[in-house]
Design a protein around this ligand. Structure first.
Ligand code: SAH
Length: 417
């Protein structure tokens, strides 16, 4: 599909550069010593701030934002805040001279900053992306041109399992027609025998979303497995998976501890993704119900329950708010609610249904403090008190803040499951 070169692209909100949540010092020279792309790529806003100070900034921000509710406990920092990202995304394009380039969009724009190595990303993934760029050139494939709507390769996504070492490569193409696909896959596997799965994803729409709807498995099983808190999880290309596996274990442990489970509770895990929290909490609960909108993630969750031999869980593919409303209408009840919504936070429908289902405790996990605070005010008005809160640093070197909050409505009522 052709586009007028001068036509302004309509960049959706999620892609626009948002105001940073807190002020931070920037020392360009110090940052560039660590990474030549500092200040251009926009990824590591805090690169010139020493890590202990980064944690202090995040802690102070949380204390300010959560002041109406509770004093947060000390943030759980990373031991090693580098190369923690298990999901690496590179956009492909051409420079003015027609050379194939790969890298990241400059923050808030559609200009590609060529990046070969990133301090946050898994190093095996970065090396694979550089090799793919070489192969694109030698196979004379054309990277996609957003303005003209021509060319083939749009993005490459690499996911790595931090415990299993499995690696999934997703080649996002503008068309299903991929010339010399077999040879390309063979050449890539020869260069990187560590790759365990290769998927072609077709994204033929004029969109800022990375992945299209259709996946074609080119090699391996089409997904990777990873281990978190002793359970094994299959992760498909389209499913959400936390990007920092080491800190995710700490986040989940904190969340499940806060829930104070005794082994009898009826638990709801809303926005459950591939069922990680559900399946980790299941051994300490009576029954866990997970609800999630993304069909691939729900399929993974069900497979993960089977693979781990966990029987006291049920997964539903539905909008979380609608599911809860329906459950409340049927007179259902729950003891503990885990909720881990996307950046936009929860919905009014969801929170109103939560009130009706009346869980004794709510554990709210959030990657966006602004929507967390908005939702905490609403939950407060519904009679829920914020008991505890803690930041877990999942996004070292960046301004991202992950928070887990415990709310309660008096004593947990022990209900028969
Ligand atoms: N708890 C999971 C996933 C958290 S990310 C984990 O820790 O891995 C948020 C999830 O919410 C994503 O999987 C996304 O697909 C899902 N989601 C987004 N909007 C939703 C909605 N309205 N109803 C249910 N799930 C939704």
């Amino acid at each position: 599909m052709k586009m007028d070169k001068k036509k302004k692209r309509n960049i959706p909100a999620a892609d626009r550069q948002e105001a940073a949540p807190f002020d931070y010092p920037v020392d360009l020279e110090a940052g560039r010593k660590r990474c030549p792309h500092f200040g251009r790529c926009g990824g590591c806003q805090l690169l010139s701030v020493p890590y202990p100070d980064q944690l202090r900034l995040k802690q102070a921000y949380l204390e300010r934002q959560l002041a109406p509710f509770v004093k947060p406990e000390p943030i759980l920092g990373m031991e090693q805040p580098l190369h923690y990202r298990n999901k690496v995304h590179a956009v492909f394009g051409s420079d003015r001279r027609g050379n194939v380039i790969s890298g990241v969009y400059r923050a808030g724009s559609h200009e590609i900053v060529p990046v070969d190595r990133c301090l946050l990303e898994d190093e095996r993934a970065d090396a694979i992306i550089v090799s793919i760029r070489g192969l694109v050139k030698s196979f004379r494939l054309k990277p996609y041109d957003e303005d003209r709507g021509t060319g083939l390769l749009r993005h490459v996504l690499v996911r790595t399992g931090h415990i299993t070492g499995q690696i999934l490569v997703v080649l996002v193409t503008a068309s299903p027609v991929f010339p010399s696909r077999k040879n390309f896959v063979a050449a890539l596997r020869k260069l990187h025998p560590e790759i365990t799965a290769i998927v072609q994803n077709i994204n033929d729409r004029d969109t800022t979303m990375v992945l299209g709807k259709r996946d074609i498995v080119l090699y391996g099983r089409g997904y990777i497995e990873d281990v978190l808190c002793g359970r094994t999880f299959c992760i498909s290309p389209q499913s959400f998976y936390q990007v920092n596996s080491v800190q995710t274990e700490r986040l989940y442990r904190e969340a499940i501890d806060m829930a104070g489970l005794t082994g009898r509770e009826k638990v709801l895990d809303a926005y459950c993704g591939i069922g990680t929290i559900s399946l980790i909490a299941a051994s300490r609960a009576g029954h866990v119900t997970g609800v999630e909108l993304n069909p691939d993630a729900v399929r993974d969750a069900k497979r993960n329950a089977l693979n781990n031999g966990i029987e006291n869980v049920t997964f539903h593919e539905q909008d979380a708010g609608r599911f809860m409303t329906e459950l409340a209408r049927q007179g259902g009840s729950i003891d503990v609610l885990f909720m881990d919504p996307p950046r936009s936070g929860s919905s009014r429908e969801f929170l109103q249904a939560a009130k009706k289902l009346s869980p004794g405790r709510i554990v709210y996990i959030s990657c966006e403090v602004r929507t967390l605070v908005r939702d905490l005010h609403l939950l407060n008005d519904m009679g829920y008190r914020v008991e505890r809160a803690r930041g877990v640093d999942m996004f070292g070197e960046t301004v991202g803040v992950e928070t887990v909050v415990l709310l309660s409505k008096g004593e947990i009522k022990s209900k028969k499951v």
